[in-house]
Design a protein around this ligand. Structure first.
Ligand SMILES: Nc1ncnc2c1ncn2[C@@H]1O[C@H](COP(=O)(O)OP(=O)(O)O)[C@@H](O)[C@H]1O
Ligand SMILES: [Mg+2]
Length: 267
């Protein structure tokens, strides 16, 4: 039995006035699966993930997460059940150190003479363990985040997400501002996140990134799914065709549903 889908989007539509940004999108994401979402500008990628993350509301269609239909009205609603969009930088406080950022809003305290005092050493040790588990090395956890690279900041955000029980993470062009080496490490981090059973939706324009890390490649065009393919069963050429509208190939049928030639038909 295959695992149950973590996320099921069923016939999602979204209009902005006369613009139909999404025209009936149906898509599943499984635990421990990286789904790369590709498509030209305006294809509807960001609108789709904003609906998943509670930043926007669909015009119609259903969002089922962990087997339950959801009606998120804010990003906080989605976050509360383990869905988050990781935007490089935006959720970190650059004037605070790594530990403070890791524990933002979840600080460990003890009472001294009735006053709350931070349990700093424990927080630092827990941050170190969490980053090590995610394969991320930051030389000093007491460094203010403003002194860290974009890649390090992203790794901190992703590891923080996993550590606090996140289940589905959305990455919208996460490596756009990073160099080659940082991007390579970023992809490794995504790989480790997947290995921990997290579902990942990765929006990227870079075909090589999709092929390097994704289990499935989903192509959107003009608000609809133009192709939903296993990475190992497609090619950059085919994906380019799907993005530009050269060919249609909707749905990756499970192997046992593919049409087999009838045995003995010629005898
Ligand atoms: N807030 C909005 N108001 C009006 N139109 C929007 C809004 N957000 C997106 N759109 C339109 O919806 C379509 C899909 O946009 P978007 O989801 O950002 O595509 P992508 O992320 O694939 O580039 C585009 O035509 C875009 O102009
Ligand atoms: Mg976008």
């Amino acid at each position: 039995m295959p695992a149950a889908a973590l996320l099921e989007l069923i016939d999602i539509r979204k209009s902005f006035g006369a613009i139909e940004a999404l025209r009936g999108v149906t898509l599943s994401v499984f635990p421990g699966e990286v789904v790369a979402l590709l498509g030209d500008n305006g294809a509807g990628k960001s609108t789709l993930v904003k609906i998943v993350a509670g930043e926007q509301r669909q015009s119609s269609g259903r969002v089922v997460y962990d087997g339950i239909e959801r009606h998120f009205t804010s990003p906080g609603d989605a976050k509360a059940v383990g869905i988050e969009t990781v935007y490089q930088d935006l959720s970190l406080c650059t004037n605070l150190d790594v530990v403070a950022n890791f524990f933002m809003g979840r600080e460990l305290t003890r009472r001294v003479l009735g006053l709350p005092v931070l349990r700093d050493r424990e927080m630092e040790a827990e941050t170190a363990r969490a980053l090590a588990a995610g394969g991320t090395q930051i030389p000093s956890l007491r460094t203010k985040v403003e002194h860290l690279s974009g890649g390090q900041r992203q790794a901190i955000e992703l590891n923080r997400f996993v550590h606090w029980g996140g289940k589905l993470v959305i990455l919208d062009e996460p490596f756009a501002a990073l160099g080659v080496e940082q991007t390579r490490r970023g992809l490794e981090t995504v790989d480790r996140v997947r290995a921990r059973g997290i579902g990942v939706i990765l929006i990227t324009h870079v075909m090589a990134q999709a092929f390097a890390v994704a289990d499935r490649i989903v192509v959107m065009r003009q608000g609809a799914i133009a192709g939903d393919l296993r990475t190992g069963e497609t090619s950059p050429d085919e994906v380019v065709h799907l993005i530009t509208g050269g060919i249609e190939r909707i749905g990756a049928a499970p192997r046992n549903e593919q049409v087999q030639p009838e045995k003995g038909a010629n005898t």
